[in-house]
Design a protein around this ligand. Structure first.
Ligand code: NAD
Length: 254
């Protein structure tokens, strides 16, 4: 079933114009969720919030915060709770990647990747999950990656694969703990998706070579991922928890 109780979906990293988070914000709004758009880039968050409100007629709110900053996360979610209906869905989408080969990874690089991808998901999820538990409803989705499952090989290196694999265990353990209170936790593991996360560092020749190895013979689009996120966020998806959904065109079948 689609969403009818007025609830809010909080999507982190939803500023990025060509990103998965913005597409997810649209898909969630199309299902009737109001949307809180959280991003470290305030202007980008504003733009997504305006675009989603204009296209779907739902209420939206832009929140500027670094997901790795506990104080900023608390302040942003406090603001969302005051302005919008209760948070029913959370998409932990804010993420950064790093192609640095393992022997060149500095402790600072390692921490940066874990701060955004893992600590960020921890801070936001913990801040939101208490209310979900109390209200007896919640849908939490984590953006993992095919890199976690197959060991890098797309763009991210060891640090990224380790961080994204951390989210698989995070979601599974959380699913067990919060299942009794009506809160589900699942991962989506995208393969190569056409966004700006690689910051132009993946050239056309490399993309063409990768496409030739993908069974469906194309790079994924953000809608491919957003649809699965919205599906997992529906009230009717309450019997799915602790799962990982691959969206990779068959590039990793396991
Ligand atoms: P993107 O770079 O287009 O968007 C990421 C967004 O996160 C940006 O708006 C950025 O400002 C925001 N962000 C970064 N650091 C932040 C922080 N500290 N606090 C708050 N916001 C922050 O990336 P995307 O390709 O849309 O990726 C979205 C998610 O999907 C990421 O977690 C990524 O690791 C994952 N993913 C992407 C791919 C892919 O091929 N694009 C594949 C697998 C997994």
């Amino acid at each position: 079933t689609t969403q009818h109780t007025p609830r809010t979906a909080l999507v982190t990293g939803a500023g990025s114009r060509r990103g998965i988070g913005r597409a997810a914000a649209h898909a969630l709004a199309a299902d009737g969720y109001h949307v809180a758009v959280l991003d470290v880039d305030r202007e980008a968050a504003d733009e997504t919030a305006r675009e989603v409100a204009a296209r779907h007629g739902v209420r939206t709110l832009a929140l500027a915060a670094d997901v790795a900053d506990a104080g900023a996360v608390d302040a942003a979610i406090t603001e969302a709770e005051a302005a919008l209906p209760s948070i029913g869905a959370l998409v932990n989408n804010a993420g950064i990647t790093s192609p640095v080969p393992f022997l060149g990874v500095t402790p600072g690089e390692w921490d940066k990747i874990f701060d955004v991808n893992v600590r960020g998901s921890f801070l936001v999820t913990q801040r939101v999950a208490a209310g979900m538990s109390e209200r007896g409803f919640g849908r939490i989705v984590f953006l993992s990656s095919v890199s976690a499952e197959r060991g890098g090989g797309v763009f991210g290196g060891v640090a990224y694969s380790a961080a994204k694999a951390g989210l698989l265990g995070f979601a599974r353990a959380l699913a067990r703990e919060l299942g009794p209170s009506g809160v589900t936790a699942n991962c989506v593991a995208p393969g190569l998706i056409d966004t700006d996360i690689t910051q132009g560092k993946l050239d056309d020749a490399r993309k063409a070579a990768m496409t030739a190895e993908i069974p469906v013979r194309r790079i994924g689009g953000v809608e491919d991922v957003a649809d699965v996120i919205a599906f997992l966020a529906r009230p009717g998806s309450g019997y799915i928890t602790g799962a990982t959904y691959d969206v990779n065109g068959g590039s990793h079948i396991h």
